[in-house]
Design a protein around this ligand. Structure first.
Ligand code: SAM
Ligand code: SF4
Length: 335
């Protein structure tokens, strides 16, 4: 088992398969993009799978595939199929901007339903095309093209969550229409507080408490809902007459580090211990130098024990907030 020095059991791994992306979301990447990592430095799928297998033997039970935009990487459905087949792994999920979901679903249909993740989180910050374009800095995509995949995913039994990061002066007016997506469909719409990483440090967040007020005024009382399981940072609510649920990830105003169970693996094989901290371990080096599984398991276990107690994204844990750190922003971290 992977247990850190504060007694937290680490059983959730977020795996970034690329730092590349077809969008340039204002809170995640600078307009000019970031310098892409080279193919040589990125882990091959077999290398990532080997690390995941070792980590599954160490107690990882859930894996989320993320990026950059994971769907820009070719062969993703075959990779997900292999991840799902790893002994010990109970759940494999995907976080995507949704733009390439059509191709992905076609490919996954050919490979069989076991190449589909158990859940898909689609990041969508606006339904209004103009607001969507302002946020993603991408002119050729319409949110309608993304929304149309929802039914196809639900038909396949995939749990669908929409992730929205409310940003002052960009998408406050999108909060109600996005929440309304959960009215008729059994999906979850989640609002994630903006974290001041990279270029996001210049933006003004809309705190979760404001979103709650907006929703309450428009749709009625939010009743806590505990049926979605998981020990993650999200809290869930039901709203009168809604088929789906509403969620909040208030990482900045509240924090959830006491029960954090996650580790992150970058596309270059860096095992990152905390979202807001550079601490971690380069696994690519020993992996490519011929380390055995046992040796890799040992260094992973030692590194995991050093997971920091708290993030420093706000003053919630009494630390001085370090704004703008991690200059690449979230695309290099994987969310
Ligand atoms: N490209 C995929 C996507 O957008 O879903 C996966 C990677 S993206 C980095 C993962 C998640 O991080 C997205 O839901 C995105 O909204 C979120 N994210 C990115 N930058 C953020 C920030 N500064 N604060 C809060 N969430 C952020
Ligand atoms: Fe790309 Fe996702 Fe970052 Fe947007 S949030 S720029 S889609 S990696």
């Amino acid at each position: 088992m992977l247990i850190d020095s504060y007694g937290r059991t680490l059983d959730y791994l977020r795996v970034s398969v690329t730092d590349r992306c077809n969008l340039r979301c204002i809170y995640c990447m600078p307009p000019e993009g970031v310098e892409w990592k080279t193919h040589e430095t990125m882990l091959r799928f077999e290398e990532t799978l080997r690390i995941c297998q070792i980590m599954a033997e160490l107690g990882i039970r859930k894996i989320r595939v993320t990026g950059g935009e994971p769907l820009v990487r070719r062969g993703l459905s075959a990779f997900i199929k292999k991840l799902k087949a790893l002994e010990g792994i109970e759940k494999v999920t995907l976080t995507t901007n949704g733009f390439l979901l059509g191709n992905y679903l076609d490919e996954a249909e050919t490979l069989g339903s076991d190449s589909l993740p158990d859940g898909i989180n689609i990041s969508l910050d606006a339904i209004n095309p103009e607001s969507f374009r302002r946020i993603t800095r991408q002119d050729s995509i319409s949110p309608v093209n993304i929304l149309m995949f929802m039914d196809r995913l639900l038909e396949k039994g995939i749990v669908v969550k929409i992730n929205c990061v409310p940003v002052h002066s960009y998408n406050e007016e999108e909060i109600l229409p996005l929440a309304a997506l959960a009215k008729d469909k059994n999906i979850v719409v989640r609002f994630i507080e903006l974290m001041p990483l990279g270029s996001a440090a210049e933006l003004k967040p809309v705190p979760g408490s404001e979103v709650v007020l907006l929703l309450r005024n428009a749709y009625g009382t939010l009743t806590p809902f505990y049926g979605l399981g998981g020990s993650g940072p999200a809290v869930y609510y039901s709203l009168p007459g809604f088929a789906g649920k509403i969620g909040f990830i208030n990482a900045v105003s509240h924090g959830f580090c006491e029960s954090c169970n996650r580790l992150r693996l970058s596309s270059e094989g860096f095992l990152k211990l905390c979202l807001s901290d550079e601490l971690g371990l380069d696994l690519r080096k020993p992996l490519r130098a011929g380390a055995s599984d046992r040796e890799l398991a040992q260094v992973i276990t030692e590194a995991a024990a050093k997971k920091p107690r708290f993030h420093n994204l706000s003053e919630v844990y009494g630390t001085h907030p370090a704004k703008g750190q991690h200059p690449d922003g979230m695309s290099g971290i994987g969310g």
